[in-house]
Design a binder for this molecule. Structure first.
Ligand SMILES: [Zn+2]
Length: 184
């Protein structure tokens, strides 16, 4: 069955149809987003790679319509959420990172402007047609933090290790030397 997220139509066609798309798709469906997540997870040792990171479910809704009564300015309200696997930049362990995004977008051709829509952001159409998947994907990629970290300090190993471990961590060679002395 055709998935409307992958359909290509002009913004005016989507808007005129008043298309509403409720979706729940695995992360693997969103190739570009999945490769961004994969690049981040590549920092992990293979054994620590979360087994089913591609199966995280992306849910959301797109609602196409017009922003103006004259039906000239196509718009889409987009909401999307997913909890992806990510690497904590503080402790370098994998953790679950919730992402959520939402916006009202004006679908405008390049260089086109529309005055008087303060609650809307502009989505520039690079081609004559648009694919709903690309909007969802782009918005979630933009929602990714530059530096992902455990929000909950208790789960972050970098912050919960004892002072001794902390010292070993910052002086790896000292720890190694101590261990070699022990082994002799
Ligand atoms: Zn952490």
């Amino acid at each position: 069955m055709a998935n409307p997220l992958r359909d290509r139509r002009t913004a005016a066609e989507w808007a005129a149809a008043g298309q509403v798309i409720d979706f729940a798709e695995k992360l693997s469906f969103f190739g570009r987003l999945a490769s961004v997540v994969e690049e981040d997870l590549a920092a992990l040792e293979p054994a620590k790679m979360p087994a089913s990171w591609r199966d995280s479910v992306v849910t959301g809704k797109l609602e196409f319509g017009f922003a103006d009564a004259q039906r000239r300015v196509p718009t889409v309200a987009c909401k999307a959420a997913v909890t992806v696997d990510a690497v904590c930049q503080r402790c370098l362990e994998a953790f679950r990172l919730p992402l959520k995004t939402g916006a009202e977008l004006l679908l405008l051709a390049l260089e086109e402007t529309a005055e008087g829509y303060k609650d809307h952001e502009v989505w520039e159409l690079e081609e004559s047609t648009l694919r709903p998947q690309d909007i969802v994907e782009e918005m979630l990629i933009m929602a990714l933090p530059f530096s992902a970290m455990h929000a909950d300090l208790e789960s972050c190993r970098a912050l919960s290790v004892s002072a001794d471990d902390q010292e070993d961590r910052t002086k790896p060679f000292a720890a190694l030397r101590a261990q070699m002395t022990q082994d002799q």
